[in-house]
Structure formats: structure tokens, C-alpha cells
Design a protein around this ligand. Structure first.
Ligand SMILES: *Cc1c(COP(=O)(O)O)cnc(C)c1O
Length: 346
């Protein structure tokens, strides 16, 4: 059976990084977040393309992801690990020259004892209550930690995709208070924070989703196109039904195309009877339930049988599809399954 093809435009991706880099002052370093296998697009190819474009600092979520990235991009780039230094990570951190963002007193102790003198960063919690040291803990260890010369002090914004949310200013003020007078480089912003303006940029920014063509970076170029081959077509008479549980009934003579993609490929069943696919510029409604490997599409209005239909393309971004599925572009991207053929452009 033919499988769907995920086209990944590395030129668009590196253009997105350059455009985000231009939104900050030249003194602000623009890193790249390529956790979760580069948001599902392939850490090796994406990593190498970004290195070529000039990226010198990367972030991943866990040490294991750092190992895969290091193997792809070689010894020079700096790789930060948001999850910090967990029990069992020491060899990976040391051998692969990873820089853990230490999140707790336990992690600080572990890192200083296991790898004295090895580089590290610090993550502070400024209100998200997810990762990082809270103010009283930080006060207690700040002097000792600063003496060990961290590469970076960072925190993360909870509401950066809502520019008017008061949480942004609150976290900014908290971050400033917690880092006042220190000479260590600081970082607060992911994609959303970059768009909040220069107050939020500090010394380094860490965009992820904006590189991959997702909101909140509205000016990003589309990076993915998901092309699904048509396996079979059939003509359905009025009152006949299509797919599991008979959820769609033809009202008129209808031509149905069955395409090769389904929920086993990360396409949510929630888009059943709701999404459209594209034949070039022409939308074609998805009818019936999304099944494990197959999706059925109404192509009655086309004057030809297409070889394939696009579920993601310039007309339907990851965020458009996310709206239909009741989720966010991030989840659409990172759900895209391992069964697709991945074809890289650029
Ligand atoms: C995922 C993540 C980022 C990147 O966020 P985007 O919204 O994808 O730009 C940056 N910093 C931290 C701590 C993250 O977890």
C-alpha cells in the first residue's frame, strides 16, 4: 500500500529562523528548540540545516534527545537540556557535552557532585509552576551557583501567546527581580515571547514552533505538506453510507476517494466529517470517520481523479487543522506518525 509523504521544506524552516532572528537586536542570540525529534520533523535533518543557517545553540527536552542531536551535528554547537540532570543522565551529559538546565536543589547537587566544573544552566520558576527553582530556593543557593559560572539563567512564560495577558508582565518582573545584578546571560522567551518585544529578549531567545511554521508566529512560512495518495475511487448512490458506523450518508450521487492515511499516522478521529483535503487549490470535504489507515473524501466536484490529496499545505496549516481537531498546531506536528515517507526539500 502506498504511504503518505510528509514534505519538509528545510529552506522555509531556516528562513523562519532567520526572520525570528531579525526580530531581536543583533546582540541577542537566537537559539533553536528541536525537542521531540524537532517537533516531529526529524532532528538530524533539521539540526544540520539549522547549523548551516548559523544556529550555534540548541535546546532539547531530555538528555537522550541531546545524544541524537549531537550525533547529527557534531561537537561544536552548544546543546541545552530543559529537563536538567536526572539520575542516570551523567554519562550522556559528560560524553556528549550537553548542558543541563538545572531545575532543583537535587539536580544542582547531583550535577556538582558527579561532574564538578562541567557546564550547566539554571532554570527559574517565575510563576508557571512547572520546572525550575522557586524564589526561596534560588535565594538559598544563588551565591554558590553563580560562583560556579552558569552558561545561562532561564525561565519560561506561561501565556506568551496572549500578548495582553497580565501574566507576561508579572513573570517578566519576577525574572528581573530574581536575576537582578547578575552578569550571567539570561533567557526568558520562546516564540511567543519574541513577539512580545525587546523587554522580553534578554541575551538569548529560544524559538521552537515558529521555526516549524506554527502560531503564534503568524508570518512564518509553511514548512510541512502532507500528501496522501488516492488508493481507490468509487461512485456512491443517494442514501448509501460511507465508513465506520455509517456516520455519513450521500444525499446525491457522490464520488468518493479513499486515501492512505489514518489515526495510526497521528491524524485525529476528531476531524471526521469536518476537515477538508486539497487537490491543488480546491478543497474536498472529508466524509465519514477517519479510520486507522484510511480516510474517505468527497471529490464529486473535481473533473478528474487526483493521484493524491493534501491534508496539510499552504491552504491548510497545522493551526487550521488544529482548529478542526480542537487542539494546537504543536500537537498536530508532534503527532505526525512514523509511517510517512519523509521527503526533505532544500
Ligand atoms: C518548548 C519550549 C520552548 C519553545 O517553545 P515554542 O513555543 O515552541 O517556541 C522554549 N523554552 C522551553 C522551556 C520550552 O519547553
Amino acid at each position: 500500500m502506498a504511504t503518505s509523504v510528509l514534505h519538509i521544506d528545510l529552506t522555509a524552516l531556516t528562513d523562519n529562523w532567520r526572520a525570528l532572528d531579525r526580530l531581536t537586536a543583533p546582540s541577542v542570540e537566537t537559539a533553536a528548540v528541536i525537542k521531540a525529534d524537532a517537533y516531529g520533523l526529524g532532528v538530524a535533518k533539521v539540526g544540520r540545516a539549522l547549523v548551516k543557517a548559523g544556529v550555534k545553540k540548541f535546546f532539547v527536552a531530555a538528555a537522550e534527545e541531546g545524544v541524537a542531536l549531537r550525533a547529527a551535528i557534531g561537537p561544536s554547537p552548544w546543546i541545552g537540556v530543559f529537563g536538567g540532570h536526572m539520575a542516570g543522565d551523567t554519562d550522556m551529559i559528560a560524553d556528549m557535552h550537553l548542558v543541563p538546565m538545572l531545575n532543583s536543589l537535587d539536580q544542582i547537587t547531583r550535577h556538582f557532585e558527579a561532574l564538578p566544573g562541567a557546564p550547566f544552566g539554571i532554570q527559574l520558576d517565575t510563576g508557571m509552576n512547572r520546572l525550575g527553582l522557586e524564589a526561596p530556593e534560588w535565594e538559598a543557593v544563588k551565591d554558590l551557583v553563580i560562583k560556579a559560572r552558569p552558561d545561562l539563567i532561564m525561565s519560561h512564560l506561561a501565556c506568551a501567546d496572549e500578548p495582553d495577558h497580565p501574566m507576561n508582565a508579572h513573570q517578566l518582573a519576577t525574572f528581573r527581580e530574581m536575576t537582578e545584578g547578575l552578569t550571567v546571560p539570561r533567557a526568558l522567551s520562546a516564540t511567543g515571547g519574541i513577539l512580545l518585544g525587546p523587554d522580553y529578549h534578554f541575551d538569548l531567545v529560544r524559538p521552537g514552533i515558529g521555526l516549524y511554521g506554527g502560531l503564534p508566529y503568524e508570518d512564518s512560512k509553511a514548512v510541512v505538506r502532507l500528501e496522501c495518495p488516492v488508493i481507490q475511487t468509487r461512485d456512491v448512490a443517494p442514501n448509501e453510507t460511507v465508513g465506520y458506523s455509517n456516520t455519513w450518508t450521500a444525499e446525491a450521487p457522490t464520488r468518493i476517494a479513499t486515501i492512505s492515511a489514518g489515526y495510526a499516522d497521528g491524524i485525529s478521529r476528531k476531524i471526521s466529517n469536518a476537515a477538508v483535503l486539497f487537490d491543488g487549490d480546491t478543497p474536498c470535504p472529508l466524509v465519514g470517520r477517519v479510520s486507522m489507515d484510511l480516510i474517505t473524501v468527497d471529490i464529486t466536484h473535481l473533473d478528474h481523479v487526483p493521484k493524491s490529496l493534501d491534508l496539510l499545505c499552504a491552504h491548510q496549516t497545522v493551526d487550521d487543522l488544529a482548529d478542526v481537531a480542537g487542539t494546537i498546531g504543536y500537537e498536530i506536528l508532534t503527532s505526525l506518525g512514523g509511517r510517512y515517507l519523509r521527503r526533505y526539500i532544500g
